[in-house]
Design a protein around this ligand. Structure first.
Ligand code: ATP
Ligand code: MG
Length: 556
């Protein structure tokens, strides 16, 4: 696959181009990213962040970070902080434009009074259940509430008393007076305010009526002078209501544009579902490296630039689709391949003794940090007569095409020597050590006589090795669409998706890396230092293996 074309366009950018040509909004471009602080952000949000902040950057405009915190019960400070951290980490900057929708509660209320005054809203005494019954359905028109024709003065009085807390939760609501027979159900006198005697993380107990999403969102956009309000397709049939509210008030009118939400295979992309995994301890937290959250991907070792590249490659469209998880992995691998220094580490160590070197033999091998990047320099890797290799790189009784180590066979220890296995030490039937003879004329790994040696193994010096815990991750779910198959989605979690290996042996330079640093263990994949690392404990995550299954999928 080729790199992304920076001039790539899409239907949203075409609309914006046209708006600028027509001098709509005075040529301004002002977007916003409006998360509800009720969970951590996921990769779907990353698509929206890249789109909103990306468009603002491209057009020399602005993008706000706005917390859509109109719902009193669920919002939490922890979520606000995590969202800010994730947006920053992705590489975007809201500058001084951090807003909370709850700061607009006063303005929203005043505007609802205007709506009532103009006969466009009324206080309804029907219960929630009755309102549902009166709404009708797609084939039956709704019925008008008996309270629909209350005089304006009475509505103004009741609304004021709703705000003052004179009524119980659910006793009354404020509704728009639109059309109970409207073919679009959202237009059948939607609720604007409901009574909810609940504390809010920002406004405390100041309010006991809270605005509904459709009422609040357009006003938030209008108050912030947003030009293009980009949201996902499920809001398409809310747009007539978005427009109706703004048209019936004396306020600035932004334009709502819908795009398809991102869906990914082998995961779920709903904060509610992800919260369920966290609360039921089916994962270690919101930032579990198997989670599709931005914080999980960061902890797994996905570079921010690879997520931005992924979002650019998938683009934006009007039709919902599901993207292969392998495409995301492909972007991660491509990025890490360019940027990661190489190291050696052995996950499942098997001891090797070089019989023709003395016990006190020590040597330093000068090794390239990244063969793809000459600028990355070299490092010294200690070598001695006792080494570890990967247990799976030895077979006592190998099949014909096994080019790794077996009795009597010669292999290359990468950057070190050619060695031949001369003996196998066993305890209780299990291979515990290999004895090898090194060709001492092959230092660096090249045969002096040019003879071909097919297998190349990674290794670490036993004496110098640092012990590490390495965590390997698989896909969180065993099925492509956990919500689309029978049973609860949690039934399809893969119990083998986390594999913790203790007693891994890694080259000493890995100990010098800081938390969050990415690197490649030769032949094993890309890894990063996990934040669980302390002075006496080294914890390493495997970000991704080296095998690119996306390339294979593309060739099919
Ligand atoms: P969820 O269903 O996961 O709770 P949400 O849409 O309720 O998501 P919000 O906090 O309201 O979450 O979302 C903030 C912004 O991110 C919205 O503009 C929303 O449209 C966008 N967004 C959410 N999920 C996706 C997705 N999968 N793909 C693209 N954009 C998304
Ligand atoms: Mg939501």
């Amino acid at each position: 696959m080729e790199g992304s074309d920076p001039r790539k366009t899409d239907f949203i950018r075409e609309i914006i181009d046209e708006d600028i040509r027509a001098d709509k909004h005075g040529g301004r471009v002002h977007t916003r990213f409006p998360p509800e602080p009720n969970g951590y952000l996921h990769i779907g949000h990353a698509k929206s962040i890249c789109l909103n902040f990306g468009i603002a950057e491209e057009y020399g405009g602005k993008c706000n970070l706005r917390f859509d915190d109109t719902n009193p019960s669920r919002e939490e400070e922890e979520y606000v902080e995590s969202i800010k951290e994730d947006v920053k980490w992705l590489g975007f900057d809201w500058e001084d434009r951090l807003y909370f929708a709850s700061d607009y509660f006063g303005r929203m209320y005043d505007l609802s009074v205007d709506l009532v005054r103009n006969g466009n809203a009324y206080v309804d005494d029907l219960t929630g259940e009755e309102i549902r019954q009166y709404r009708g359905n797609l084939t039956t028109p709704g019925r008008e509430s008996p309270f629909r024709d209350r005089p304006v003065e009475e509505n103004l009085d009741l609304l004021e008393r709703m705000r003052k807390g004179e009524f119980k939760d659910g006793e009354k609501v404020l509704r728009a007076r639109i059309d109970m027979a409207h073919p679009n159900m959202n237009m059948r006198d939607p609720v604007i305010y409901r009574i909810l005697k609940a504390s809010h993380h920002n406004t405390g107990d100041k309010w006991c009526i809270y605005p509904m999403y459709d009422w609040a969102h357009g006003l938030e956009d209008s108050i912030e002078d947003i030009t293009h309000s980009l949201c996902t397709l499920e809001f398409e049939n809310h747009r007539p209501l978005y427009d109706w509210f703004l048209d019936h008030l004396d306020v600035y009118h932004p334009q709502q544009i819908e795009f398809a939400r991102l869906n990914l295979t082998f995961t779920v992309m709903s904060k509610r579902k992800l919260l369920q995994l966290v609360e039921n301890k089916l994962v270690t937290g919101w930032n579990d490296p198997r989670m599709p959250t931005i914080s999980g991907m960061r902890r797994r070792g996905y570079p921010a630039s690879s997520i931005r590249e992924f979002c650019s490659r998938i683009g934006v469209a009007k039709i919902n689709s599901t993207i292969s998880f392998e495409l995301l992995e492909h972007c991660v691998r491509e990025d890490l391949n360019r940027t990661s220094p190489r190291s050696m580490g052995v996950l499942d160590p098997l001891k090797v003794t070089i019989e023709n070197l003395p016990d006190d033999h020590e040597d330093l091998m000068e090794v390239k940090n990244n063969p793809e990047d000459p600028g990355a320099g070299t490092r010294s890797v200690p070598f001695s007569n006792e080494l570890f290799i990967e247990r799976s790189d030895f077979l006592e009784d190998p099949p014909r095409k096994f080019f790794r180590l077996s009795p009597g066979k010669e292999v290359r220890l990468r950057n070190a020597y050619l060695v031949t296995c001369t003996d196998v030490v066993k305890e209780g039937g299990e291979v515990v050590e290999l004895i090898c003879r090194a060709d001492l004329d092959s230092r660096g790994g090249d045969a002096p006589d040019g003879r071909k040696v097919k297998g190349t193994l990674h290794w670490v010096s036993a004496k110098h090795a640092v012990e590490a815990e390495v965590r390997l991750y698989g896909k969180l779910f065993t099925v492509e669409d956990p919500l689309g198959v029978e049973g609860d989605f949690t039934d399809h979690l893969d119990p083998g998706s986390l594999n913790v290996l203790n007693g891994c042996k890694v080259e000493p330079s890995v100990r010098e890396k800081r938390v969050g640093a990415s690197f490649q263990f030769e032949r094993l994949g890309y890894f990063m230092i996990d934040p669980d690392t302390t002075d006496d404990r080294l914890v390493i995550n495997r970000t991704i293996t080296l095998r690119d299954s996306w390339a294979k999928i593309q060739k099919k």
